[in-house]
Design a binder for this molecule. Sequence first.
Ligand SMILES: [Zn+2]
Length: 372
Amino acid sequence: MRNSVTVQIYTGGFGSAPERFDMPAIKDKLLRICKTADVACVMIGWNPDARISAIMDLLRGMGIEAHLWLPVFSGWDGLSPLVGRHGGPVRQDYRAENGERFDFGCPADPQNVRFIERVIETFFSASRYDGVFLDKIRFPGFMSGLQTVLTCFCPYCSELHGISEDLDFSEGDNPLHLTAYEGLRYKTGNPGVSRLFDYKAKAVTESVASLSGYFRSRGLKVGLDLFAPFLSHFVGQDYGGLAPYADYIKPMFYRKTNAPAGIPFELDVYANAFGGGPDAAAKRKGFLLNMLKADVVDSGLIGREISAIRENAGCAKLYAGVEINYNEKIAPVTARYIQESIDVMRSADGVALSWDLCSTPDENLDAALECL
Ligand SMILES: [Zn+2]
């Protein structure tokens, strides 16, 4: 049987200047992928002003499904904010180099779910697409520090009000009092920490269930872009809970991406969020990796994560995400890294060739295709 892949094409953010697409290059790359593998879909997004007609025509002509790639709880003016303990919007300082926005609204607020439905209805023509690929369905991680992770205190998040009595962070190697990592979740010895992350998972799952119902009733498939499981717990993504609402899920096993959702980035911001300087941060990272039975985040850990997702994610198809695009600063991806990653992804339903075909060098694409 031929291998199955999904492919991503990034067209810029909301409000960014429309890019010029090198159509012959896109066509050539897609044809080469099709020779080796079945393309389950191309996720394309999310600048509504991008001139994508030629790409959409190409996909139609090749019989490939087009899914709208859309960020959900971050990056839109008009989302109801995440509220801090003081009752006002919580500060979210992180600014990405490429201008991509990571300012999150509250995932529990039903107005934000309605907002995204209006975004689709206003700026996109849903009937052009076969599915939607939902990105940023989560609370923020540790990138803007601990205060942001301790949200939200809006009226919809009342289960978290008064949580401070139960919440206790140690300043040592294990600030969240984690005791085990099992079934894609961490156990913790502190009831407040447990309440915080259990609540986040429930809030995100309920909102995704609602959005998924909205899209499926319009005949669209639903895909979810998720953190690697060992990081997803901290942002409210529960694989088992979310899977029934997805036709496919894509864990982002980005071991080279030094930006949000990238594994090195997220591990660093976690380790630094609790203070104490570089030594303390290194020890925290070491403690977490030890719990994951790894010295470093290597392909062995990714292989174990994929097996665990298989056991927990029901019928949703699993496309394991590996970045094949190249960026000197934030994605220094090599051919060898791509092959080593794909080698441990064989028990998934396929590989998600992430996160932008247009900025994927031929050498990297060839490396991926060689081992599919
Ligand atoms: Zn809230």
